[in-house]
Design a protein around this ligand. Structure first.
Ligand SMILES: Cc1cc2nc3c(=O)[nH]c(=O)nc-3n(C[C@H](O)[C@H](O)[C@H](O)COP(=O)(O)OP(=O)(O)OC[C@H]3O[C@@H](n4cnc5c(N)ncnc54)[C@H](O)[C@@H]3O)c2cc1C
Length: 482
């Protein structure tokens, strides 16, 4: 029997071996990485997942787990060798149950993020994880990348929303860690090891996620500010005045607005095109809370302090959506405008003003004409610090050739200010080597020790997250243990 016939014999799910069928699974969302695979396996059950992993372990075949394939760091794309099995989890898509009293929902890993939100709403609860790819990405992918999105300020990242996991280990055992507990101090936190591990430590097959009461009121305001300093001061004021009601604080620079208005039908309601825009969202859970009055009082205080130049409060759900659309369409508009150089960075909020001032200056010294496309989740200290070509970069290749030096300038400054070079998109292959460059020896040793312990054969998404470890002796079939 050839290799694939053996796999077919032990696996009940779908198996795509045809190049054409496999094509969508070997190219990433932005078409930045292209790979090849032996086959795409689409299991329907956790047992099927375990069967695939068992076969891969017995044959030394690499496994690339994949959810909605919306990741932005190349983590879900196999390499070009054609040796790997892509393990697509999208048919593992049952909502296993919701517990409105415990405020939890238990789902298969392949459930779409938007379907988790709908299942929560069906039991009169709210699931806050939200990102522009929510109609395509899966909860398993969200956990494997520790996704952030638009509600981190109030509710936290995917990690903070997760109580329990079910995982098929690299040796094909099923770990049932589906605990629906807010307190559990019974040993090392295995759940947290798998979250954010990008398919390199285990295959997530199920999860218990936290639910929340539904907000009864929401206000969204767009505010025009002259500088990043004013934006940060406004955020600090908003946090004091609005307290726990503040659910999002997003920032976009004037270039973002120009790009969105050029490449879509979305328009900013604020007339001053030279100003930055801050989007503030607040939620209320109490009928007696006059959210609008508190929001207006915040804006008055900010205006008297000279922090803001103008503001518009959304008057309807439609207007709230259109305000968010201005922010959420920046990435797409930047892509439509030509090649991009992107950085997904986190900086302590208290250092953002200095970081932007000093790094902007260093970038201008390198190339005075680059266009800064700076936006992001200001309230989480997460900036998408991006660049588009200048008018003089007529040839896209001239611009793309600047990427390496720009990464170095930006990421060295990120390190100086105590930040992270990957806030919410993971490392995949995109940031793997750079992240390793900034690691201390002790951290590098611990990272590799975890990988060796949980994936002794080195078959889980090899080459992603961590550079190859020369001391990791893979115990491939037929090789005697040392
Ligand atoms: C338009 C757009 C907007 C986005 N906005 C945001 C945003 O605001 N915030 C944010 O954080 N991200 C954002 N992303 C990135 C992306 O949507 C997230 O990383 C998402 O969590 C990926 O989920 P997925 O199911 O598509 O995973 P995939 O892309 O399929 O996989 C991502 C990684 O997780 C691994 N993986 C997937 N499923 C499993 C599993 N079940 N078990 C183990 N490993 C697995 C893969 O091997 C890969 O390494 C955006 C992407 C797009 C295209």
């Amino acid at each position: 029997m050839d290799r694939l016939s053996e796999l077919r014999a032990c696996f009940n799910g779908r198996l795509y071996t045809d190049d054409l069928e496999a094509q969508p699974f070997v190219v990433d969302w932005r078409k930045q990485w292209r790979g090849a695979c032996l086959a795409v396996a689409q299991p329907d059950t956790v047992e099927d997942v375990a069967s695939v992993v068992k076969w891969c372990a017995s044959t030394g075949t690499p496994i690339v787990a994949q959810g909605g394939n919306t990741g932005l760091s190349g983590g879900a794309t196999p390499d070009a060798s054609g040796n790997a099995i892509v393990l697509s989890l999208t048919r593992l898509n049952r909502v296993r149950g919701a517990d409105a009293i415990n405020n939890t929902i238990t789902v298969d890993a392949g459930v779409l993020l938007s379907d988790v939100q709908l299942a929560a709403a069906a039991v009169d609860r709210f699931f806050p994880l939200s990102l522009a790819a929510e109609g395509t990405c899966t909860i398993g992918g969200n956990l494997a990348t520790n996704a952030g999105g638009t509600a981190v300020l109030r509710y936290g990242t995917a990690r903070e929303l997760c109580l329990g996991l079910e995982v098929v280990t690299a040796t094909s055992e099923v770990w049932n860690g589906l605990r629906a507990l807010r307190k559990d101090n019974t040993g090392y936190d295995l759940r947290d090891l798998f979250i954010g591990s990008e398919g390199t430590l285990g295959i997530i097959t199920g999860a218990v996620m936290k639910l929340f009461p539904k907000p009864i009121g929401t206000e969204v305001v767009l505010v025009s500010v002259a500088t990043v300093d004013d934006a940060v001061a406004l955020f600090a004021l908003a946090r004091n005045v609005m307290g726990q009601s503040l659910s999002a604080c997003e920032l976009i620079n004037p270039m973002c607005v120009e790009l969105v208005e050029t490449h879509s039908t979305i328009r900013s309601p604020l007339p001053d095109t030279a100003h930055w825009i801050v989007l503030l969202e607040c939620e209320s859970f109490d009928a007696s809370d006059s959210l609008r009055t508190r929001m207006e009082s915040l804006l008055e205080t900010a205006m008297s302090a000279g922090l803001i130049a103008d503001a518009v409060i959304a008057e309807s759900d439609r207007q709230r959506e259109s305000f968010w659309a201005l922010r959420e369409n920046v990435s797409e508009a930047q892509g439509a405008a030509g090649p991009t150089i992107k950085h997904d960075i986190a900086i302590p909020i208290s250092s953002i003003v200095d970081f932007v001032r000093v790094t902007n200056e260093a970038v201008r010294q390198f190339d005075p004409d680059l266009r800064f496309v700076t936006f992001g989740h200001l309230g989480d200290g997460n900036l998408h610090y991006n660049f588009s070509p200048s008018a003089t970069d007529a040839d896209p290749q001239t611009f793309v050739a600047k990427q390496e030096r720009l990464n170095e300038i930006v990421h060295d400054h990120v390190r100086t200010y105590g930040g992270s070079i990957s806030a919410e998109h993971g490392l995949g292959v995109l940031r793997r080597d750079e992240a390793d460059r900034y690691r201390s020896d002790v951290e590098r040793r611990m990272q590799h020790a975890v990988k060796r312990a949980l994936d002794p054969l080195g078959i889980l998404n090899p080459g992603k997250v961590l550079p190859p470890d020369p001391t990791h002796i893979r115990q491939l079939p037929g090789r005697a243990a040392r």
